[in-house]
Design a protein around this ligand. Structure first.
Ligand code: HEM
Length: 692
């Protein structure tokens, strides 16, 4: 028997009571209208989807240029381009002979992609407007602050923030940090050498064939870049590189992931969070991922990590600021001949880039607020401590004050904390990924490892000789020699890094929105476009620049797919060292005396005769044009931390290879990459080191 309440069971026709009829109508209304609404929505979405599909498949984003087919209707080509190795063919195969194609960006944004270095250079040098998706900007700003240099699209505001940051990264300021960086490199290599000995004593033996614990390259080099960032940019030691000090046995570098300081893990999780919330389609529909105040597990973890990073940065910046204030007061007192206790012993007010950031930030506040309230004007109850020269007149007459108002102190700490978050995001992973790619390239090239070793040993010997003559040699205090050199002293090691990131770039791609119509050449002599033909790309179009594809194109570099550091440097017999190659001078010389060029190549010293043939083949490569190298981008919006990245990576390469060799833990290793947020990294790169 049916239990349906709407059926009469007395044998007659079904009857409904008034109440049941009401229920029925509500039930019907309830389902009918939402269903109707849903169906309408789905049809509209389908219509829109088909429209976009038609547009993206059939029309060119930039008229006059070949279009890359099969764009995703909502994400354009961005998703496809995000893995430059797998998808590079869609640029090359669907471009004009001079390498320009037309693509759709997310939300049907009009984009042109360029492959030729001269086009990329033109775009980067003429424009400083970069754009990210609304979602990335929204979540990025939440985590990195409103004024995050990376996220500001361009314009006057970007210029003023960039000025503050760029001042802390000038050539000389970064160069002054070489001893601090050299010491970090020495500590990391000391740890590795200790692990090689430990492996050997456990029966692993030495050399390439020995069984050793594999080291995950990215995790391992993160410890180094975190250490350098802490000491150089913040004047703080995070102790991310384990030492044997204090009698505690350090772990093997194969477990480097577990050595990450908690603040570094917290920061990484914040960065991963930006990526998750702003690039995953599932997150867009999930209110708990979009609204930070909902007490979900992800949001609670986010706030916990964010507070941890804020607290750590607040403490470090506050200490440095107070120290600088005390120093300033000390100087003032000294002038007045009064004794005063300044910074505690060992604390140096001007030791790190942080001091320059603080100073630039003070100057910025100072000049901005000079017309209204000066941030350093002491409150009514405290004495006026501004030195006479630091009146609120402007930057040029700036002198560090000895006291500031509590509100100004808080503001400065907040501002610098945001700048440091951005620098950490931009500099920490990029450097560790670059070093990992360098190990990948060197593991494939024992020949280049040997040349790095030769250069590192030679520079160290010369350094010792110079030091014994001047008797001002600095040692790291542990009886080990570390480099008192910068990357200009180690051109071969620097060339190795440049060549490694030429082939494998840590940053996926960059974009510029062009501010005025741009005319680019589209053809060559023997193609359908013809030499001299041009296309006009309209103002407001987004230009996509994928450096790795530009770097791997024969139009821009000879033997583009090969790892040949010698394209950047040559051996100079006269000075007895590697020197940077002068592309323009060599290009001129080669057209004038083509035949005499090969015979003019000097033979560099070698540790063995093992690689004689390969070395001489490498030495014959034409010079690379540095203007075609975009790993740090170009123009006004290039990488602000380039100097630091080059210095820290070069010093580590020299320190590593003077006594060690690198190889793959697995002999059949194949590089597979993964995209995370804005970087492309090896999904895994297990390597091993052994002593020479
Ligand atoms: C090998 C390591 C590095 C690589 C490959 C790299 C690469 C890049 C690239 C490609 C850009 C984008 C520029 C553009 O859009 O045109 C960039 C921007 C930036 N980089 Fe680096 N970078 C590295 C290390 C660093 C370091 C160590 C720092 C600082 C500590 C840093 C700070 C920045 C900042 C702040 C920006 C944004 C500049 C702006 O928008 O004006 N980078 N970097």
């Amino acid at each position: 028997m049916s239990n349906d309440p709407l059926v009469c069971h007395d044998g007659g026709s079904p009857r409904t009571t008034a109440f049941e009829a009401l229920l029925l109508s509500i039930f019907q209304l309830r389902l009918f209208y939402p269903t109707l609404l849903l169906l309408t929505l789905v049809s509209l979405l389908r219509l829109q989807y088909n429209r976009q599909l038609k547009i993206t498949r059939t029309t060119s984003a930039v008229p006059g240029l070949p279009s890359v087919p099969n764009a995703h209707p909502y994400f354009g080509h961005y998703r496809m381009l995000s893995d430059p190795l797998r998808h590079s063919f869609i640029f090359r195969d669907h471009a004009t002979p001079s390498g320009i194609s037309s693509i759709w960006g997310p939300g049907l944004k009009r984009c042109a992609a360029v492959l030729q270095a001269s086009h990329a250079r033109l775009v980067l040098r003429q424009n400083s407007q970069r754009d990210f998706s609304e979602w990335i900007v929204r979540h990025g700003r939440k985590s990195l602050g409103e004024d995050s240099l990376i996220l500001i699209p361009g314009g006057a505001h970007w210029k003023s923030v960039r000025k503050v940051v760029a001042r802390a990264f000038t050539h000389n300021i970064v160069r002054d940090q070489r001893l601090v960086i050299g010491k970090c490199a020495r500590e990391l290599v000391d740890w590795l050498e200790w692990s090689c000995d430990a492996d050997a004593s456990r029966g692993g033996g030495g050399g390439n064939d020995a069984a050793q614990e594999p080291i995950e390259a990215c995790d391992f080099f993160k410890l180094y870049s975190y250490c350098v960032f802490g000491r150089v940019a913040m004047g703080h030691d995070f102790q991310s590189i384990p030492t044997n000090k204090g009698g505690i046995q350090r772990p093997h570098p194969s477990s480097s992931k577990r050595c990450m300081p908690p603040e570094a893990e917290a920061f990484e999780s914040i960065v991963a969070n930006i990526g998750l919330r702003s690039t995953s389609p599932r997150s867009f529909m999930n209110p708990a991922m979009q609204l930070y105040w909902i007490p979900t597990r992800t949001n609670r973890a986010y706030w916990k990590n964010s507070n941890m990073v804020d607290e750590m940065m607040g403490l470090i910046i506050g200490n440095q600021l107070d120290c600088m204030l005390r120093s300033s007061l000390q100087k003032e007192r000294e002038k007045e001949n009064k004794s005063f206790e300044g910074c505690p012993a060992g604390e140096n007010a001007d030791s790190s880039l942080l001091s320059y950031l603080i100073q630039s930030s003070l100057e910025k506040h100072f000049s901005i607020e000079s017309s209204s309230a000066c941030p350093f004007a002491a409150s009514s109850q405290s004495r006026s401590t501004l030195p006479a020269s630091s009146s609120c007149a402007g930057v040029s007459s700036f002198q560090f004050p000895s006291e500031i108002t509590p509100a100004a102190r808080k503001k400065i700490i907040e501002d610098i904390s945001k700048i440091l978050r951005t620098l950490l995001l931009a500099g920490y992973e990029t450097t560790s990924i670059s070093l990992s790619y360098t190990m990948y390239s060197l593991a494939n090239s024992p020949r280049c490892q040997e040349r790095c070793c030769e250069e590192a040993r030679r520079v160290l010997v010369r350094q010792k000789k110079d030091a014994s003559m001047n008797s001002s040699h600095s040692s790291d205090g542990d009886g080990e020699d570390s480099f008192d050199a910068d990357d200009d002293d180690l051109p071969y090691c620097r060339a190795v890094l440049m060549e490694a990131i030429r082939l494998n770039m840590p940053v996926i791609f960059t974009t510029r929105v062009i501010s005025k119509d741009l005319s680019l050449e589209t053809g060559n002599e023997d193609d359908e476009y013809g030499k001299g033909s041009r296309v006009t790309i309209l103002k407001g179009t987004r230009i996509v620049i994928n450096p790795q594809m530009i770097h791997r194109d024969e139009r821009n570099f000879d033997r583009a797919e090969e790892f040949v550091p010698e394209r950047w440097v040559r051996w100079d017999e006269g000075v007895g060292r590697w020197v940077d190659r002068d592309y323009n001078a060599e290009a001129k010389k080669s057209t004038e005396h083509a035949s005499s060029l090969a015979s003019s190549i000097a033979t560099p010293p070698s540790l063995s005769s093992k690689y004689t043939i390969e070395n001489s083949q490498a030495d014959c490569i034409p010079a690379a044009n540095p203007a075609n190298f975009f790993a740090f981008s170009d123009g006004a919006r290039n990488c602000v931390g380039r100097r630091l990245a080059l210095l820290e990576s070069t010093l580590l390469i020299a320190e590593l290879f003077r006594n060690l060799c690198v190889g793959f833990a697995d002999k059949d290793f194949q590089l597979v990459k993964k995209v995370s947020f804005v970087t492309v990294r090896p999904s895994s790169l297990p390597i091993k080191f052994w002593k020479r």
